[in-house]
Design a protein around this ligand. Structure first.
Ligand SMILES: *Cc1c(COP(=O)(O)O)cnc(C)c1O
Length: 248
């Protein structure tokens, strides 16, 4: 069914999510324009992604390098054929667990603008080594495991500050903020506690005044919980199924 989604359906889905972001921002006295919407396109075919970019001009997120590497050029091609979008093409963020042996392939994908899932020094070292060789730098977010669920990646909350300190050794990594995934539960209070913890960590790090980090991004909130995340200070929500339908 979702394969047949029309431009109108995708546009309506994006508009609905934007409305809910706006309402959540207003509930908590925040300016809605401080919250970016990322569309998560895993398992979504390139044609629908291109349609979504035309409808919503959003950031895009993928969690597997292979899928990103094949999809990004295809989406660019479709947008050029359609004559829409800006010349630079859409911006992609890597949001999934990243193996060090996939770093080279990832950095070769045009349009990759950020890695949100930096969670260990070995990965930082490999990214830095490759980026130095390319003469580039790259914005990154540090992923924090705020729920404590063993299935989730991310540094432990108490490791966040020491980890951020250690990143000063990697000059090509522009540390721009923190990312987390809320607890996998229907209990809104437990989900909220994860997002609140990420915000508190951000504030605590800001008090340290580390010169090599600028924590302006709090990436938190997915289809099921982005309203709570915005109430707790999210500046970037990552939404897939609420726009593209349930994944197979
Ligand atoms: C899949 C995914 C999302 C989006 O999930 P939905 O529930 O479909 O909105 C967000 N963040 C990450 C890290 C993901 O892997």
């Amino acid at each position: 069914m979702s394969q047949l989604m029309s431009h109108e359906q995708i546009a309506a889905g994006i508009a609905q999510v934007r409305l809910e972001i706006q309402r959540a921002a207003e509930r908590s006295g925040r300016d809605p324009s401080t919250v970016s919407l990322m569309l998560v396109t895993k398992t979504v075919d390139s044609a629908r992604v291109a349609t979504a970019v035309q409808a919503g001009r959003c950031l895009l997120g993928e969690n597997r390098v292979q899928e990103l590497a094949s999809k990004a050029p295809e989406v660019d091609r479709l947008l050029r054929v359609a004559g829409g979008g800006d010349a630079a093409g859409p911006k992609w963020h890597m949001i999934g667990h990243l193996q060090t042996n996939k770093v080279k392939a990832l950095l070769g994908v045009p349009g990759v603008a950020m890695i949100q899932s930096l969670d260990r020094l070995a990965l930082a070292a490999e990214l830095d080594r490759r980026l130095l060789a390319m003469g580039k730098s790259l914005p990154v977010l540090v992923q924090v495991n705020t729920s404590g669920e063993p299935s989730k990646s991310g540094v432990a909350p108490e490791e966040c500050l020491p980890f951020l300190r250690s990143l000063s050794a990697y000059v090509t990594l522009e540390v721009r903020g923190l990312m987390t995934i809320g607890a996998h539960t229907d209990d809104a209070d437990r989900i909220r506690a994860c997002f609140r913890l990420l915000r508190e960590l951000r504030d605590r790090v800001a008090d340290e005044g580390l010169s090599h980090v600028r924590l302006e991004v709090l990436s938190m909130g997915m289809s099921g919980d982005f309203g709570i995340a915005v109430e707790e200070g999210s500046t970037l929500v990552r939404v897939g199924s609420a726009v593209f339908g349930r994944r197979a």
